[in-house]
Ligand binder design. Sequence first.
Ligand code: GYE
Length: 326
Amino acid sequence: MKKLIALSLSLCLLTACAPRPPQQEQPTDFTVIGVSQLGSESGFRVANTESIRLTFTEETGYRLLFEDAQQKQENQIAAIRKFIQQQADYILLMPLCVSGWDSVLQEAKAAGIPVILVDRMVQVEDDTLYAAHVGSNFQWEGERAAAWLEETFQDVHGPVNILHIQGTLGSSAQLGRSAALEEAVDRHENWSLLAQLDGDFIQAKTYEVTAQWLDSQPEPPLLHAVYCENDNTAFGAIQALEERGYTCGQDGVQVISFDATRQGLVYCMEGKISLEVECDPMMGPLVEDVISLLEEGGVPDKHYYTRERLFQRQDLSQDFIDQRTY
Ligand code: GYE
């Protein structure tokens, strides 16, 4: 018994005297971030969510409250109200569409919670309703695609027939990309939009609407280009076209797409997609910079745009694609 007491005493002393292992800095006070993600409709969106989740972790001092709105604005509005109730420090909003945000953003402002718009934009009366927007310039992206079309068809004086697959109607991504194409079509008398189909940025839906449209034509239409507002719509459209005997690529229908996901780049390297306009979803680190600035009492810019490039077949290699993070 004595021995046991002596042993435990010496153990006790040992632990008391032993130098303490360096303590891992464990933040006790988390910065609470409410995230209202619009859905999970595309490869871009899945990567965007992942980037946010990887950036704002408990190890880095954040607690994330995440809500997936399943492509419904009312769910986003409900999520923002919930974050206000939960007294979040910041709200990240990936807005489904541009309109209808004024009152809920006023509620967040009244509660003193800065809202950062991520990826897409909103149209509001008062731009102090959001602290900053981190995302892309969709009109600029569309203009790059339209310029490529102009160059590609500059020597064609007969008709240039374009099928337009639109993203979620009323979203800033759709509005910017569609406007750029429509403006280009207006500039060229020989260009026409054979149809504008709502693909909702979703592959299966695009496959369906494209197949339906093609099947409803009296004859297989002569198509020069298909302007798809993201990779998933491009995949759906290509499948519907190929099943009906069209060839996508250089000697066939020129498919244009946005995002440049890994799979999109594979299609581009294979020649099925002629042009990929990059749209980078990995914006977690940029959003964190804005939050750090706000934490220090700084005033962020209103817009932060991600760096974006264009890709054609000749720009790509398997190595490059393998290193792609999304
Ligand atoms: O291009 C598409 C996604 O808002 C930029 O939304 C984003 C778009 C992206 O579903 O894939």
